[in-house]
Design a protein around this ligand. Structure first.
Ligand code: TXA
Ligand code: MG
Length: 304
């Protein structure tokens, strides 16, 4: 069921769940003031309760519950908000504990999508995890959401997401008084590092992860994905400007353009399932730096 911005705002303010567009992926939204709606998110997605949610705001003035007088915070906001950067900040005022999974920190971001910003101005802060059922590829179009939930959840259609993968998450580490990289995403960490003037410590692996979400299986289609080529005629997830021996090529885009490949990624993973492809291999021969690092991480998780 598709809804207008007016209907979406009314439903969210009345404590209902609505799927909202952002520039990264579609999110399953709830007002931070409606406990039942927040509980609804965990039920609808079948999300572990120990996995906290990101609070989305129209502007920094909505962040009274978080500590923002931190080194570089203002500069990061000026450079990257609204946009695909999430920051994990110390919590200074109580909010619904379902949001933080009981942690003393809260993840916040201001999304760049114009409809989402418009909506946030009418609703105040919204929590919104990627709208996919837990473990599956995130939705980047309204149709993806409708297929995942058979039209049962209202969706504000904001078109195709321009980034295509989730926001990059950094977390303030009070012990070393620095920001650390907590999740790879659609903002290149090298751009953040050049603003900060130091390399972000990467806390991405399960044993040192800051985001509880890093522990669970993610982004996976039903298709079994191989990171090497087991047989020549197997379907391939690869690049449009390369030649493959298989005649089934699912193209992520050009091998010089990581932004395009990320934008197409989840749609391609979903298409493998729609086409009932049992097995495919992924061409992992691409650089290790910048946004390619995000593509590598998502594909590796999708194949695990
Ligand atoms: O681009 C995005 O960030 C999308 C759109 C909808 O905004 N949202 C998104 O939400 O990716 P979700 O729930 O799929 O991922 C949120 C991640 C999880 O890995 C969670 O563990 C982490 O953020 N997180 C949330 N609060 C946290 C906190 N206080 N400390 C550490 N990690 C936190
Ligand atoms: Mg997610």
């Amino acid at each position: 069921m598709r809804v207008s911005i007016d209907e979406a705002a009314r439903k969210l303010n009345a404590g209902e769940n609505v799927v909202i567009p952002t520039e990264t992926v579609y999110g399953l939204g709830a007002s931070i003031y409606h406990s039942e709606a927040i509980a609804g998110i965990f039920k609808i997605k079948n999300r572990p309760k120990a996995n906290p949610l990101i609070v989305h705001v129209a502007s920094v003035s909505d962040l009274r519950f978080a500590k923002t007088d931190l080194p570089h915070f203002q500069l990061l906001v000026e450079a990257f908000w609204p946009g695909p950067l999430t920051m994990v900040l110390p919590l200074i005022e109580a909010i619904d504990p379902q949001i933080t999974a009981g942690l003393h920190t809260v993840a916040v971001r201001s999304p760049k999508h114009p409809d989402c910003l418009d909506l946030l101005k009418r609703t105040g802060p919204l929590v919104a995890p990627s709208a996919n059922p837990s473990g599956r590829p995130s939705p980047t179009e309204a149709e993806h959401v409708e297929r995942d939930y058979q039209g049962a959840i209202p969706v504000l259609d904001g078109g195709r997401c321009s980034c295509g993968v989730e926001s990059t998450i950094i977390a303030w580490d009070p012990e070393v008084e620095r920001w650390a990289l907590a999740r790879l995403g659609s903002l290149n960490p090298e751009v953040i590092e050049s603003l900060l003037g130091y390399r972000l410590d990467r806390r991405l692996k399960a044993d040192v992860a800051i985001c509880p979400g890093q522990k669970w299986r993610h982004y996976a289609p039903n298709t079994k994905l191989h990171l090497f080529c087991p047989s020549k005629d197997m379907p391939v997830v690869g690049f449009e400007n390369r030649a493959y021996s298989s005649s089934f090529v699912y193209s992520l885009g050009n091998d010089q353009k990581p932004e395009t490949c990320l934008e197409n990624l989840y749609d391609i993973l979903r298409r493998l399932d729609l086409d009932k492809i049992e097995q495919a291999w992924i061409d992992m021969d691409f650089p290790k730096e910048g946004l390619w690092e995000t593509l590598r991480e998502r594909l590796t998780k999708a194949s695990s």
